[in-house]
Design a protein around this ligand. Structure first.
Ligand code: S3P
Length: 170
């Protein structure tokens, strides 16, 4: 198979950790988009948001998508907001099979409780669960464009990775 495997979905669904596991199972290279952006900018994502704002972060994200979608046979973990840009979504879809990992808002809330790591959620103040629900609703139409959706709530990482392998084999 020559296509990339691209993991999309909301913050906290496990794109990075499952992407790493999937890549090692398949013997493919792995790229985490957020890590690439941080490496290229030599700043953490919270620093980029704080110093330059979200618009600048999205510009760096778009450049990173253009670059990684040129690669072949890799596993890519995106950021939770990457696919709300239609052009990013199309580039990623054209480069391989897009899998959306999901879980419910309460579970996302539990998994993303730590402050200082996700500026998009921190900016919602104390109404974090409400912010999550609002963003999930706004982004649903983009996440729904994935080739497959996998609910990660009750499964172990290994089960999820096996499920992804089954799906991509058809
Ligand atoms: C974002 C999600 C983050 C990161 C940035 C913005 C978002 O990635 O790209 O903080 O808008 O949902 P993760 O989904 O890996 O946390």
């Amino acid at each position: 198979m020559k296509e990339n495997i691209i993991l999309i979905g909301f913050m906290g669904v496990g794109k990075t950790s499952l992407g790493k596991l999937l890549a090692s199972k398949l013997g493919r290279a792995f790229i985490d988009l957020d890590e690439k952006i941080e490496r290229d900018a030599n700043m953490t994502i919270p620093e980029i948001f704080e110093k330059h704002g979200e618009k600048y972060f999205r510009k760096l994200e778009k450049e990173a998508v253009k670059e990684v979608s040129q690669r072949r046979n890799i596993v890519i973990a995106t950021g939770g907001g990457t696919v709300k840009d239609e052009e990013n979504l199309q580039l990623l879809k054209n480069s391989g099979v897009v899998i959306c990992l999901t879980t419910d808002a309460e579970e996302i809330f539990r998994r993303t409780e730590k402050r200082g790591e996700r500026p998009v959620l921190d900016s919602g103040g104390n109404e974090r669960l409400e912010t999550i629900k609002k963003l999930l609703a706004e982004r649903e139409k983009f996440y729904n464009q994935a080739d497959f959706q996998i609910d990660t709530t009750d499964w172990s990482p290994l089960q999820i990775v096996n499920e992804i392998c089954d799906k991509i084999r058809g």
